[in-house]
Design a protein. Structure first.
Length: 298
């Protein structure tokens, strides 16, 4: 019982981590909580279903195409909604993010309808449902291993991009000081758009895996997942990529154990509870940095 719930927690926690990384990357670069990121996650699921149902693409091809579409959506979100407000007060950008979240939800309802839809039958490889590993009464299917593999590869790849590539160095420079990065010859707007593209691709991948895992997708699915991922980002320390990864895993395990030993009715409340406890006890999160504000003289 415990091991099975623990594995379930790792599965969903890895997905939360992928979404939380999108939140924390954008916040780290432009200090904005992108509340529309949950809708990019939702669009990833609908893009994949559309590619499979209408274009009859194989699951893995639809998976990659949907990630690319979500990356483009992330860039468009930045260019259309956030770039014009780059020098405006943070509250303006925050309100815009909430507005874009609502807009994308309603746009999805117009295009795909408001009722929940199942993932297309027969679209997943047949071996996904077969047991791959069994130990101590715990059974892992190939689909579980696929989720674990994709999550690990994306997290490792993201860390390599941030730490080892030219674009990663530019992202870190912009996160530290946009003005100095611009004076050093870095195209700040391009780097920010690149960050949105990475975040969108990871969010889209998470949406595809969740909709296939639970066999359900609907236009408002991004709201709750976004809140939980935000809680994971806060838990790890908003702005810290390793913190977001750890926060997502911890939150997923806590949610699975709570649902298994208490009740599934408390599954969603656990996310809010964890976020409140962390904010009260550890405001900066597990890996966050405490920033001291300086008082301005009148």
């Amino acid at each position: 019982m415990f091991l099975q719930q623990f594995i379930n927690g790792l599965t969903i926690g890895g997905i939360y981590a992928m979404i939380a990384v999108g939140y924390t990357m954008v916040y780290g670069v432009i200090q904005l909580i992108n509340f529309a990121h949950g809708e990019i996650y939702m669009l990833g699921a609908f893009f994949a279903v559309s590619f499979i149902a209408f274009l009859h693409l194989p699951f893995f091809v639809a998976f990659l195409f949907s990630m690319a579409c979500c990356a483009v959506c992330g860039v468009l979100l930045d260019v259309i909604a956030y770039r014009p407000l780059r020098n405006s007060p943070r509250l303006a950008a925050l309100i815009t993010a909430i507005g874009m979240s609502i807009f994308l939800q309603n746009l999805a309802m117009i295009i795909w309808g408001s009722r929940p839809k199942p993932f297309p039958q027969g679209s997943l490889p047949e071996y996904f449902e077969k047991t791959a590993v069994s130990f101590f009464g715990v059974h892992l299917s190939w689909f579980h291993l696929f989720i674990f593999g994709v999550t690990i590869c994306m997290m490792v790849g993201l860390n390599l991009i941030i730490q080892k590539t030219r674009w990663g160095k530019a992202m870190r420079a912009v996160a530290q000081n946009k003005t100095m990065a611009s004076l050093a010859g870095i195209n700040v707007n391009r780097v920010i758009s690149y960050t949105f593209a990475l975040a969108g691709a990871m969010g889209g991948a998470a949406g595809i895996m969740v909709s296939a895992y639970y066999n359900s997708l609907y236009p408002t699915m991004g709201y709750l997942a976004g809140v939980k991922a935000f809680a994971a980002a806060v838990l790890g320390g908003i702005g810290s990529v390793p913190g977001a990864m750890l926060g997502g895993v911890v939150l997923g395990i806590a949610e699975a154990l709570g649902a298994g030993y208490l009740s599934s009715l408390y599954r969603d409340g656990i996310s809010y509870g964890v976020m409140i406890i962390v904010i009260v006890l550890i405001p900066a999160g597990l890996f966050g940095k405490v920033l001291k504000e300086t008082k301005k003289s009148m």
